[in-house]
Design a protein around this ligand. Structure first.
Ligand code: FAD
Length: 402
């Protein structure tokens, strides 16, 4: 055997093995994933799938037959416990699996609430895996009381689904505002109003003190002393890169599994891609937690395993669906000093992030036109004038030609 062994069978891993085959890689390819399911996409887990609007089959990235057709050995339900770098094998239960090249696509883990404040009670859920969502879905019944802890995208998407299905939703965010880590006050205000308009009891600047219950959730106490009656709790307080396997194998770790611009770890036979991997950015090793990054890094690593010698150029993009709003994000807003609001008419709105005259990023709400133009500008290193962006009369496409 040997050949390429990929640990993890999520977005990055599935993309990587497909890329290897489509580029003509003829060696053995083995994909090992801890979860029992075929490789699947996670974004619908907090959107259409949770709402009951999407069949399980549509979550899968490829049908099962694809892997056999492409001569890819898919081992699901198998956890890799260790890496023997000198022997070039991975250890999975009592099996040793040899590799020439190893790729770590282990993703990330949700942060959990400590058991000391009720995090281990029955009725406390995270939103990371298909199993998590299948376990919580039966609780989404009309009138049920759900507490959502964390006002990031996952918490907000879960709140939107719960509210649509007629649950009583309370969302608490310990920071001063929802989306504080990732978006401007303007974008936070937009989504605050959206959720409150749908009846979500949204509380910012107040954390959770504890979840109450003997064995199962019955309530919660907030940091300001408020007591809530609660049937179940969804925790969306961020993720941590799954770098434990790499760390115990002695690979360099820095904000996740440290890779160079080619996607290679500190061991030249081992590569990493997706949520678990940090790559060199302007301000040190950076990590992105998105489908776009998982796909782009996986393709880069596949190409480089085949000798392309390409360097990674991150082109960040992201989306979120809440109620009837599609949010599309391009670029990274870190370091912005100004937000320009553009009203695209008919409910379309976009927030453009500038640092001085330089366009860094944009958030487009039901405005795919602004998103497409902004994304192309950012990726092309072009910056329109903030005044032109703000002017609703400006033809966006003309900005691309300027
Ligand atoms: P994953 O897809 O997480 O795959 C990693 C896999 O590795 C897992 O199945 C894990 O079980 C397995 N694994 C880990 N360790 C081992 C081991 N030792 N042995 C075997 N297997 C192992 N991104 C967007 O761009 N837009 C969105 O709208 C969006 N929505 C999201 C909604 C939800 C609910 C979630 C959870 C994520 C969302 N994301 C979204 C993020 C996106 O899904 C991730 O960035 C992407 O899945 C990362 O791909 P990955 O392959 O790195 O990791």
């Amino acid at each position: 055997m040997a050949g390429v062994v990929v640990v993890g069978a999520g977005q990055a891993a599935a993309t990587l093995v497909a890329r290897l085959r489509s580029k003509g890689y003829e060696g053995d390819v083995t994909l090992i994933g801890e979860e029992p399911a075929l490789p699947y996409q996670r974004p619908p887990l907090s959107k259409a799938y949770l709402l009951g609007d999407m069949e399980l089959e549509r979550l899968y990235l490829r049908p099962e037959s694809y892997y056999a057709e492409q001569d890819i050995t898919l081992r699901t339900g198998l956890r890799v416990d260790g890496i023997d770098r000198s022997g070039k094998t991975v250890i999975a239960g009592d099996e040793l699996i040899a590799y020439d090249k190893l790729v770590l696509c282990t993703g990330s883990h949700p942060r959990r609430l400590p058991a000391a404040i009720g995090g281990a009670l029955d009725g406390v859920f995270e939103v990371r895996t298909l199993a998590d969502v299948d376990a919580m879905a039966p609780r989404f019944t009309e009138g049920a009381k759900v507490l959502i802890v964390g006002g990031g995208y996952i918490g907000l998407e879960a709140a939107a689904v719960a509210s649509k299905l007629g649950l009583e939703v309370t969302l608490v965010e310990a920071a001063d505002r929802i989306l504080q880590r990732v978006a401007s006050p303007e974008t936070s205000a937009y989504f605050r109003a959206l959720h409150m308009g749908h009846g979500v009891d949204l509380r910012e600047g107040v954390g959770l003190a504890r979840i109450i219950g003997e064995t199962a959730v019955t309530g919660a106490e907030l940091a300001d002393g408020t007591m809530l009656d609660v049937d179940f709790v969804i925790v969306g307080v961020g993720i941590l890169p799954a770098s434990g396997l790499a760390e115990s194998a002695g690979l360099d770790i820095e904000n996740g599994i440290k890779v160079n611009a080619q996607g290679q770890t500190s061991d030249p036979h081992i590569w990493a891609a997706g949520d678990c991997a940090s790559f060199p950015g302007a301000a040190g090793q950076m990590r992105l937690e998105s489908v776009g990054n998982a796909i782009d890094m996986a393709e880069l690593v596949a190409d480089n395993i085949m000798g392309a010698g390409r360097s990674y150029e991150a082109k960040p993009w992201f989306w979120s669906d809440q109620y009837d709003i599609k949010l599309q994000i391009a670029g990274l807003s870190t370091g912005y000093d100004r937000v320009v609001v553009r009203n695209g008419g008919s409910g379309a709105l976009s927030h453009w992030y500038f640092a001085g005259d330089r366009l860094l990023a944009l958030d487009a709400m039901n405005d795919s036109r602004a998103y497409m133009v902004g994304k192309r500008l950012i990726e092309g290193g072009k910056s329109p004038s903030p005044e032109a962006v703000a002017d609703p009369e400006t033809d966006l496409k003309a900005l691309l030609k300027a």
